[in-house]
Design a protein around this ligand. Sequence first.
Ligand SMILES: [Zn+2]
Length: 331
Amino acid sequence: MNMIPAARLLAACALLAALLPMLTLAGCKSNDAAGPAAHAPVVSAAAKAAAQMPDEDTPPPEKTGGFDGKRAFADVAKQVDFGPRPSGSQAIAQVQDYILSELSSYGCTPDVDAFTAETPAGEIAMKNILVKIPGDRPGIILLATHYDTKKIADFVGADDAGSSTAVMLELARLLCAQRGRYQVWIAFFDGEEAVNLQWKDPDNRYGSRQMAAKLAISGDLAKIRAMLLADIVGSRELRIKRDANSDKMLTDLMWTVAKNLGYSGVFVNDPTAIEDDHQSFSTRGVRTVDVIDLEIPYWHTPQDTLDKISSKSLAVVGHVFVESVKQLQAK
Ligand SMILES: [Zn+2]
């Protein structure tokens, strides 16, 4: 995913502010300059080991609509154990097997769409995974994440894309046991990351573009009532801003849910603008919302490791998704 230039400037400002706290940063909003990048604690080995465990104050599933933040944390750890997982790698094949076996163990019946993407590095074999939970009516509520990681040396992508993949697995575990008014589909996209270092269309979003095109042909695209995308949702100081490229009504729905659950410190009202998998669907007329915190100091660096992930943050995001799906089911 990517931020459009104005938002990228804010992120750069946040980073600069962390590095150069004494300087006045012309053009940077003061509230953005005090973001998570401002805190870079030196962590001892013992503290680091402890940080690779779920948070003790993670709310239990009975307080988060059944969503188990500690289970989701374990799903992040499992993905990180496979190492860097770019599209076409051996490690991503292991992740695919892992996702499929987890989904089957929850009683979900996943479909796999294997396709070949034309990339600047040549043809790459990719796989989208899609869970379809039946409903009483034909409408579809689509939940989605990507599961590939950016091809960067030593990049294990705990937050990008381990965290959102774990959230979607945990949602599948909960929702595959339920039948609602509408169908719930849960998509795991391959190939979200640009193959080149820079994010430049069409070198990105290979999986979501493939799925949107396929669903347009089958006629299912027109049945999608809402698409809720998660991407980078695991950080310890999670702050999810309202994305200008998302549908306003859907954004209002999720942010109101979050506020009513007491999470307005996580789902904040500051604006941002994000380029991500939701755009493969929104450009085709689907109402979408992207839940993402792109202003993490370790974004696309080898520091995106398990110790950055908070099981509490995963639980908060999972809870908001569970309750948002409930509201969409009632409409
Ligand atoms: Zn990324």
